[in-house]
Design a protein around this ligand. Structure first.
Ligand SMILES: Cc1ncc(COP(=O)(O)O)c(C=O)c1O
Length: 392
């Protein structure tokens, strides 16, 4: 009897999805477990997709994506980060951020290689490393006061002769941590010193609260790297433009990886849907105003949830600088999955268990605050009540 390959079996299940699967079988759940806002995709993006269908964008495109979209992405980097990219070789359009992670990790790891992953982190990059028959080594960020920082001593200690890649996410899911420019420089130096690929997941770069003006992006590693550096950025339209279900993203990489990723995409997805690529062009061209409105709303939600959580005895919440998550630590919590399941079943509040985010995550829960304030108010109230009954 043929069996599923052992290399597939060793890819762990996402524990966020495991909890979501329970929640999806229930009614009236306050859904704060997934990383998406409940704002529908803006009308101008939907109209652009419909128009593209009418105009005949129903055929195959280049593996790297429509040249026009890649040019617009190069324009975006010039405008937003003052970085020059070659749209023909350094930018590849992908069918989502996770697909950008998938194809780039496939391009840089051989079976048996090792990759360092800064955690707590969204589990999909580690899972993609497993999928390539390589092994992730998790290196937790350290909490100093109410801010996280990269633990360079532990990174040094974790490098082996098989290490080929270092992955980090900034702004971070689930922490909201944003790598400082200093940390980015040190990460780049570290990668250069040990001959590693440096993969930065920057899908939350526009959800940043510490810029000089609203909607300033979080600093990108591309501002520090030269085009010869072994640097890759994974990106997505999902979070910035409320397009999670559309499945469209992009990657930026050194030319050799950019070209190889485009070629491999032929065998994975060929390319993202043609008319969705046109809608993505509209998002880049017209998205700034809606983005500012969303950021104002997210900032209010974050402040509301932070204040509510900080009033609960036994709960400490590091201050986030970006993304749309809070990662409160709950005193005495040792099994966050059981805690979240019980919270869900008894109160219909759905949050993600900290254990899902790897080393450093257990003992916390992740709350996505990109919901309506009314939902957040009820959720915070029920959580406080649940904690007073369960951890007193
Ligand atoms: C850190 C991080 N990277 C990448 C993604 C992928 O987003 P998508 O695949 O929807 O583009 C997510 C989604 O939650 C994420 O949190």
């Amino acid at each position: 009897m043929p069996t599923v390959a052992s290399t597939a079996l060793r890819v762990p299940q996402s524990r966020i999805r495991e909890l979501a699967d329970i929640a999806m079988r229930m009614d009236d759940v306050l859904k704060l477990y997934f990383g998406e806002s409940n704002i529908p995709t803006p009308e101008y993006i939907k109209r652009a997709a419909t128009k593209a269908l009418e105009e005949g964008y129903t055929f195959y495109t280049e593996n790297a994506g429509l040249p026009g979209l890649r040019q617009d992405l190069a324009g975006y980097y010039r405008r937003v980060h003052d970085v020059d990219l070659d749209p023909r070789s350094e930018i590849v359009v992908t069918a989502s951020g996770v697909q950008a992670l998938n194809v780039t990790i496939r391009c840089v790891l051989n079976p048996g290689d090792e990759a360092l992953v800064l955690t707590p982190a969204w589990p999909n990059s580690a899972a993609n490393i497993w999928m390539d028959n390589a092994t992730p080594t998790e290196v937790p960020l350290l909490l100093h006061g109410d801010r996280y920082a990269v633990d360079f001593d532990s990174l040094e200690a974790a490098v082996t002769p098989r290490t080929r890649l270092l992955v980090y996410t900034s702004p971070s899911n689930p922490l909201g941590w944003v790598a400082t420019e200093n940390e980015q420089e040190e990460l780049l130096e570290f990668a250069r010193r040990y001959n590693l690929w440096l993969l930065a997941d920057e899908v939350y770069e526009r959800l940043y609260y510490r810029g000089a003006t609203m909607s300033d992006p979080a600093p990108s590693i591309l501002r520090k790297a030269s085009r010869d550096d072994a640097v890759i950025v994974a990106q997505s339209f999902s979070k910035t433009y409320c397009m999670t279900g559309w499945r469209i993203g992009w990657l930026v990489a050194r030319r050799d990886v950019g070209e190889k990723a485009a070629q491999l995409n032929e065998f994975i997805i060929s390319h993202p849907a043609s008319f969705i690529q046109r809608a993505a062009q509209a998002a880049l061209a017209q998205g700034e105003e809606e983005l500012r409105r969303m950021l104002a709303r997210l900032g209010e939600n974050r402040d509301f949830c932070l204040a509510a959580l900080r009033r609960i005895p036994g709960v400490t919440v590091p201050s986030p600088d970006g993304a749309f998550y809070l990662f409160p630590k709950i005193e005495g919590l040792t099994d966050s999955f059981t805690f979240c399941r019980k919270l869900l079943e008894e109160t219909h509040v759905g949050v993600a268990p900290g254990v899902a985010f790897g080393a450093g995550g257990e003992g916390s829960i992740r709350i996505c605050y990109a919901a309506e304030q009314g939902i957040l108010e009820q959720a915070m109230e029920r959580l406080a009540d649940f904690l007073s009954r369960n951890l007193a």
